[in-house]
Write a protein that binds this ligand. Sequence first.
Ligand SMILES: [Zn+2]
Length: 56
Amino acid sequence: MPQAKQRYKVIIRCKNCGEKYILRGRYNEDGGLDTGFKRCVCGNEANFDEDVSLEE
Ligand SMILES: [Zn+2]
């Protein structure tokens, strides 16, 4: 499964305050994307726009 090792660039934008985070992550065995991101500085933990693209 080569895809499992592929890294992705993830841009997360908070819908509450507009803060933007650029992270790198990869998909775990459950199909979820691991980025280490927990919450925005404004306390928002769930309301985000996520833009995932392959890292070059
Ligand atoms: Zn925020």
